[in-house]
Every structure is written in structure tokens, then in C-alpha cells.
Design a protein around this ligand. Sequence first.
Ligand code: GUN
Length: 755
Amino acid sequence: MGAWKEGRREDPKPCREQDQGLFEITGRDGRARLGRLHTTHGVLETPALLPVINPNIRTIEPREMWDRYGIGALITNSYIIWKHDELKQKATADGVHKLLDFPGVVMTDSGTFQSYIYGDVEVGVEEIVEFQQSIGVDIATMLDVFSRPDMTHEQVEHCVDETLERAAKSVLASGSTMLNGPIQGGLFKDLRTKSAKGMAEHQFAVHPIGGIVPVMEQHRYKDYAKIMLASLPYLPPERPVHMFGCGHPMLFPMSIALGADLFDSAAYALFARDGRLLTPWGTERIDSMNDWPMMMPCVATITPIEVKAMSKEERTSLLARYNLEMTLSELSRCKQAIRDGTLWRLVERRSHQHPALREAFLWLSTRPQQAMMKLKMLDDLILNDRDAGRERGPDSGAWEEGWNWLVHAQETPRKGGEPWGGEDTFVRPQIVSARRNLIERWTPLENQGRGCESVLIMHGSSGPWRERLSDIMVRITHHAPGLEVLILTPVGLVPYSLEDLNPFAHIDGPDWLWRRRPNLSWIRRELDRLHLGERKIITVDMLGDGIQARCMEALQQAGVVDAVDDTESSPTHLDRDGREAAKLIVYRRLVSDKLSVLMNVESQAARNLLADATFVVNRQGRVKNAITGAGAHIASPRLGDGGLSLTDEGAVALHGLRKLEAPTQMPSSTSQPPKGAGPAWVMVNEDAEPFVRQGRNVFHGFVLAVDPWIRPSQTCLIVNKSGALLGHGLANGTADEFTGFTKGIAVKTRGGLSL
Ligand code: GUN
């Protein structure tokens, strides 16, 4: 393959000076993020792959990387340049971009990896940073101390401490050049966390996770996941995270879902040299191949048999392109999955493609949760292989904090179907998050009316349920106002009032999933969590005709209602007025429970707010608008995800319910909201006030204070310094992100309140 000659891509434009070094988030799926890193050599869109360029052996020319593959950044080794006179001279005279003939972002490493491979390096700590700065790199790396997985705690602690010791002088030596501050810590959770917390104190631009190459080489992906969970929650979220030496596409989905932004890969070239192909499901050898595992542009007109007949050099060159194309294609798949909110499902799918990856996935989605929920087994739904994901013997510590960090950032409710993926479905972080909201915020009726000693569990069929159940709900509300009605879904019980809420209402699965006989011990545990554990369980199958009659019969048998005779002259006949009154109660519950579960409004306050409310209902019987007794349209249930959209008047009403003081500062950490505290407040400065009032988005940099329980995609209220309401919107981050970011959208404003 000759040098790349076709179309040339324009050189990047330097970012505005005030933006240089800043990172902003433009899209997210939980902790996975789409970002933009601003540099003197353009904006680097993340997640990004930085191909490793060995300045002495260029398998693919950097110019071709830029022009043909749209690569925005690459990584090379400053120590190699520093050691070779000719390279050093050229780099010093013309700069590293000219040396490589690459117009985009150039990151350099410091020689740490060489010291891991060959023993010591001769360069000084400040010297190598100053050298990187002098040759004009965009992102330099300090000389950290590599921690190997076979080292003892004491040895690793020395690596961590020594790296921390070097941090301040390295930052000082870097001047205005962005600097990588690698996290070390071997396989020790406490040391990874110590390293992350310590390095976070210094003014680094990017944090690579170091010391993971041998972990990946040994396919210890569970350890890899643990390293991430022990490090990333303690790093400043506004600094991108780079997985040092991770270039195998198989690891991209999981890494990105756990918060990684940057990868570097020498693998595309190294594997090509010995005839190995990188794929998202592992590595394949060309030796036994007649057809490509996946067609890539560079091999569109050539077969593996023809490639095997090529000279070694030609073959390596072609396979390196194949590997690069495959790697980039998995990266773009991940990016689109973030946009679609489906990244965890990709992680799940990929986990089946390599046993070590499956092990990592099972650990990740089981172990920390079990500890957190203090369960021996997650649930009856979680069967054998998940049990195997649990560890025997001592674990090196509690992992709940890392898992919490992941779950807390999940957007819920989401739009679209939630495909059933077996037991894995139950532990998807966004499903865990949705369940937590329900369990923590929903409360049963305090009303001691008839039926309050029982619950009715409707089961046996998938949603939508409203059309089938709305008449029954009216009858039950009239005859047994204390009875709670819940629907059994494959991911848990959901109260009828939340019957259209995602993900509960949106599980796409085979019929048998819904037809399974209700497991009473599991239902009992679910009821315990919902504070209904003491109640008698009545179950009714929703499949088949005559559901209303069957329901009433079951309730009658349980003694919850008396025999109902619905002829007009009977005293138990439900007349038009009674029916309308009961309907209103059902509608009120529907909106008040959503206010509680989705906006954390105290349940009695939500019920009071809607005490005299009326509703606009469409022809299909769906509530469109909720209007208070005073005539204020406060909220509208949403069709797509079963969520609730707050109106301007609704924002005023919820603002008025606040009992806590306004926030006074940027929180130092993220927390769960005190139950019933209402939507989080975002306090903005005077400059932002007129814009918010016009309904414009809030940008980081204008935010003065925020409640520590703010979460992405959740409704928040925007206030000024005196706590006056300016508008409302959907938050774009967690508290730690609000504290860290200075660029990008902080709140997507949905309504502004003009003066
Ligand atoms: N390349 C791969 N791993 C590492 C690491 O831990 N530190 C540095 N500086 N470079 C690396």
C-alpha cells in the first residue's frame, strides 16, 4: 500500500484561547459521554481512539490517519524522540506536528512504559515534561511510576506515592501545555482510589488509567473493571479519562459505559504484524481464514487468501488498516449507542463474546449490587450464572460506592422499548435506577378505606394496560378505596398509577415472560420494598375475557368487596356521578404518584396539590393535562416514556412547596435527595437570569450553587441568588459534574418565567 494520496482533509482550526484545555459533554448515557476536548489543534470529539505512532516505524502514515480515517488525535512517545538525536533535532526545530506530518491533536507519553519494559529510563521528571512542551505537543504525560499487577501492596503503594510526589513539579514544568496525570495502584482498590484522589488535587488536563497493559494482556477483564470502578468515581468529571494502552475494540463498550473517553492503540499495527485481526468479539488469525469476519472498506476487493500470498510488509500494511477500520467502527457503534441510550445493552451483548468479558460483566452487574442491597441472591429472577459471578472468599473491599456512582448518573425514564435480555435485563443500571426511584419515593395510600389490608396484583400480560384496566380501577376505587393495585412486570411490581412508566411498561419480550406463573415469594419481597409487605396478596390474570368480572370475583372471595349487583336499582350500583368521582381519584393518583416518583415531591404534598384538580383526557382515556383547583395547568403526562412534563405553572407550584433552604454552594459530592425534598434547584448568576427567563439553556460557568441530588435528565428548578424562580428544565449532569464543568450545557431549559 502506497502513501495516501486521495482527498485531503482540511487542517483543524485552533480553539478559542479561553477554551483551550476545556472539556465539555455534548451527550451522555449514564456515565458514558460524548464530549469535546478543546485544544490548539482543534476540537477532539470523544470517545476517541489515539493510534500509537512509533516515530521510527510508521505502519500507517499519520497524514493518512487524518485524511482518510478522520483520526483527530494520535499518541507518540516523547522518550523515543528525546533519545534519538535526529528525531530530537527535527522535533525541536520544527515541532512534533511537522515531525509526524499530522495536523491534529498530538499526545505524547513520557517513557514510563519503557521503564516498565526495559527497567529504568535516564530522563528527569521535569526534563521530559519540559521537552514535550518544547516540541509543541498538545497533551504531554508526566513520568509516572508503573504499577504491575504482580506487585505487593507495599510495592504498589510506593509507585502511587512516588507518582504523587512527582505530580506537582510535573504540572509546574508543563506551563500551559495540557498534562496527563496517570492513575496507578495495581490491583489494589484502596491504592487506585488513593491515586485518583491524590492526582485529582493537581491541575492535570487528562487522567489516564495506567498500569493496565499487563492486566489486559492476561485477559483479566474483571480486574480491569474493578480498576475503573475504584478510580473513576474519584476523578474530576470535567477531565477526560484515557485508558492507557487499551486499543482492543472488545473492551470499548464496557470501558465507555464506565466513563472512559480516550483510548490508544498500538494493537492495530502489532497484531497486524503477526497476522491477527481485531474484532469486537476478540482476536482472529488470518491463517485459517477464507472469508473476512466482517467486511471492511480496505479489503472490499481482496480476499484473505490473496492477502496471505502478499509479502510480509504488504500484508502488515493492509491488516493494520483492517484493524484500524474495525476499531473505529466499534468506536462509532459505541458513540451512536450513547446517543440512542443503548450502550449498556451493547456492553451486555459484547459480554457474551469472551468468557473473561462475561466474567467482568457479571461481577460488575451483580457483586456491588448484592452488597448494596444486602441480599444473598439478587432475586429469584437472577439465576445460576449470576450466582457464579459472585466471588468466593474475601473481596478486597466494598464496591457499592462505584456502582452507586454509575447508577446515580442514569437517565430514567427513557423512550422506546427495553428489549428483554434474560437475567441481565434486571441489572441494567438504568433499570436499577428506575426501580430505586420507585422504591425510595413511592408511598401507598394512607387512607384506611376498605381493601387497605390487601393488594391486587395483576399479571399475565404485557402492556399497555390502561385500556383493559381503567374500568376496573374505577370500580375498585369506588368499592375498595384502600386497595393498592399493582402490575407484575418482568422487572418488578409497578403501581397502577405508573402503568405507562418506562422501563416497567416497555419490556419487549416473548409472551412466556409475561405468562410465567407469579412467584409469590418474589412478589412478597417486592411488596416489602414498597411498604406493602403486611398485606394480603390477591392475584388476577389479565389474559382472556371477562377480566372485570374475574377481578370483582377475586376481590369478593377475599372479602375485599361485597357482592356487587350492578343493576340500576341495586344499592351497590355505580352510577354516573359515582363513576366520575372515582375516575377523578384515579387521575389524581396518576399525576401525584408521578410527581412523587419522578420529581421527588413529598407524597402528601403532591396529593394536596391535586386535591381539587381536574384533568383534560383524550379520546383514548389518557390524561393530557392536570389542572389544579385554582385553574393552573401544572403538568402533562408524556406518551413516549410515561414521564411527566412540568409546565411553568407547575414549576411555580413546586417552587412554593420547597421546605429546605436554597443551595448555597457547589456540592463537593453527589447524594440521594432527602425523600420529598422536591426537584433540585440550580442557582444561576445575574448574567444568566434574563436568558433563563426567555427560556434559554443554562451553561456551566453561570451556575452558582446546586442541590447535591441533581441528576441528569431530571426536572430541576432554576432560581436566582435570592431563590426567586426563573425557569425550569432538565438537568444535564450530576452534582460532581455541575461542580467541575465550566463549559457546555448545564440545564436544558424547558420554560422561562418572564418578569
Ligand atoms: N502506557 C501504558 N501504560 C502506561 C502507564 O501506566 N503510564 C504511562 N505513562 N504510559 C503507559
